[in-house]
Design a protein around this ligand. Structure first.
Ligand code: ADP
Length: 558
């Protein structure tokens, strides 16, 4: 309950006021309960003392009367004549008292109150009185009082102490108010007589009320004063410094790190404020440091961006230079090749001479040089962003057949079997046939180059998923070790990079294939193990999408 109250979303001031108010009300209530009770007891005691005094007087008077009548030899039978008869105890008619002897069949003459009193004494033998308040006919409070009278030695002259109460009386008394049975020793201790007094209550109802009002007013004044005192103490001593701290924290949360809390109470609040200020100073120092580091980083970022731009520019210039140079190299090389071909044809008609062999060598080297220059030119074009991608209908069976025809002289010279398979669900693609042909040409020329004579090469096309086709080329060559499989797609990378390698090549073919495949929106890869052949594959979208293209590439739709 207290935990739930602590979590209530109300201000600390309201919480303090509610808690202190409740505590003060409880403390003052508990403090006033005692005098309130005591006052009631004292007033009740007033009536009891008066009634008790009257009862004593009645007993003394009875004993005196009995003594005098014995002296005058009045017969004992008359001694009980006053029994059961209320006799005025004073001049005041409103006060009645009577002495009732219990040693006979007196139950019929007992009043209801006396019955009750006797039952009470029977149950509680130690009780010394019994009383009840009642409303008198004139509307005022009346007081009925009963006191047990135990027979003493001087009573034995007139009373029989052995039989304090006859059985029928006891039964009548005990059964009527409550049908409880009592042990005989309690029955034996019943009083020999009962004095009952009836008188107006001494307690002044108005006085009692006034006293109660006084107690209440005193409680209210004490409560108000305590609440005011608590209020002043909590607001001045606790809430004010808390508010100062709260305001400072709010300003800090809004970004003002220069603010400081100013509390000089000399207590824990001042310590808290000083700690808070130290924390703020550290925070400010940290944020200043961060700001200056950030400034430095911004500067470096600017420099990096500048050098990036410069790099990009120099790369573009390099690619442009390469493209131009390659172009310039290719033109004279083509004419050298042409004339060398003519010369070879002219010489080859005669017997093989040294010059014909030299010309063959010149042709081979020049072709290799041309291949290299062509590769460089392609790469430079891609890097310079000059490559154009065309999107047109592409039939894979036609493309495969064209490639087979181009490479027939090579496959035949090595007695290789080129098997082609195309899935029936492979549709006409929408892509760039020239680029795809270049990639597959590179795959095939590598496969022919690395395949052992008389082996088999498989070229297949299958539908990989609703949007892609997979083209794979498998050979039975030496294969590629797994740690080299990623390297061969980098520029100028070969598995056998030694000068004594058996196969020629620039190491650019697969790098260009990778770039071209990416331009077509596809991906490229190899699956191989050393000595077990290799499968090169590409995954192509059935339809080339402008969104898949490299930003530098232009898509031409035809
Ligand atoms: P290159 O012009 O040297 O063939 P590529 O980029 O086409 O350049 O190939 C890079 C290297 O990958 C080759 O030198 C070769 O080591 C390896 N390679 C390519 N294709 C095959 C293949 N079918 N079997 C074994 N190795 C291959």
């Amino acid at each position: 309950m207290f935990k739930r109250f602590r979590r209530l979303h109300i201000s600390l001031a309201a919480k303090c006021q509610i808690l202190f108010g409740t505590a003060i009300a409880l403390i003052i209530g508990a403090a006033l309960f005692v005098p309130w009770q005591r006052m009631e007891q004292l007033t009740a005691q007033l009536d009891r003392t008066a009634a008790g005094a009257l009862a004593e007087t009645v007993i003394s008077r009875h004993i005196e009367e009995q003594r005098q009548s014995q002296e005058r030899h009045i017969p004992a039978a008359t001694q009980t004549a006053d029994n059961g008869e209320p006799a005025p105890a004073s001049a005041d008619r409103s006060t009645l008292s009577r002495l009732v002897s219990i040693d006979g069949n007196q139950s019929k003459s007992l009043t209801k109150f006396e019955h009750g009193a006797l039952a009470h004494f029977a149950r509680s033998p130690d009780a010394r009185w019994y009383f009840r308040y009642y409303e008198r006919k004139d509307g005022t409070d009346g007081y009925r009082y009963a006191q047990p009278v135990f027979l003493t030695r001087q009573c034995t002259g007139c009373h029989n102490p052995a039989a304090p109460a006859s059985a029928p009386v006891l039964r009548a008394v005990l059964e009527k108010p409550s049908p409880t049975t009592f042990p005989t020793e309690i029955l034996a201790r019943l009083p020999g007589a009962l004095i009952s007094v009836e008188m107006p209550s001494r307690i002044e109802e108005n006085q009692l009320l006034l006293n109660r009002v006084f107690i209440l007013v005193a409680g209210l004044i004490a409560g108000t004063l305590a609440i005011v005192a608590f209020y002043l103490i909590t607001t001045r001593l606790i809430l004010q410094p808390v508010r100062v701290l709260q305001e400072t924290a709010e300003k800090v949360s809004k970004g003002d790190l220069n603010i400081r809390s100013d509390i000089s109470t000399g207590d824990e609040f001042q310590q808290l404020s000083e700690t808070f200020n130290t924390m703020l100073a550290n925070l400010k120092q940290g944020s200043d440091q961060l700001r200056s580091i950030n400034k430095g980083l911004d500067l470096k970022l600017g420099q990096l961006a500048e050098s990036n731009l410069a790099l990009y520019e120099s790369n573009r210039l390099k690619s442009e230079f390469l493209a131009n140079v390659s172009h310039e190299l290719r033109t004279p090389l083509n004419s050298i090749l042409g004339f060398a071909d003519l010369l070879k044809d002219a010489l080859s008609s005669g017997p093989e001479s040294k010059s014909a062999r030299y010309i063959s060598n010149i042709l081979h080297s020049a072709r290799h040089l041309l291949e290299l220059i062509n590769d460089l030119l392609d790469l430079a074009k891609i890097e310079a962003g000059r490559m154009e991608i065309r999107s047109e209908p592409l039939s894979l069976p036609d493309l495969f057949e064209g490639l087979t025809n181009i490479l027939k002289p090579l496959t035949e010279s090595k007695r290789l079997t080129l098997a082609i398979s195309i899935g029936s669900d492979v549709p006409i693609l929408q892509s760039d046939p020239a680029k795809l042909q270049q990639v597959l040409y590179n795959f095939l020329s590598n496969a022919i180059k690395f395949s052992p004579p008389g082996s088999r090469i498989d070229l297949s096309a299958t539908r990989d998923d609703p949007d892609h086709v997979r083209i794979a080329l498998t050979d039975q060559g030496p294969g590629i070790e797994s740690d080299k499989q990623q390297l061969i797609f980098e520029k100028f990378r070969q598995v056998d990079a030694s000068v004594t390698r058996t196969h020629g090549g620039s190491g650019l073919g697969l790098a260009i294939s990778k770039e071209l495949t990416s331009l077509l929106g596809g991906s490229i890869g190899v699956r191989s193990a050393a000595g077990q052949g290799a499968t090169f594959w590409i995954l192509l979208p059935l339809k080339i999408q402008a969104a898949d293209l490299d930003l530098r590439t232009r898509l031409v739709l035809t």
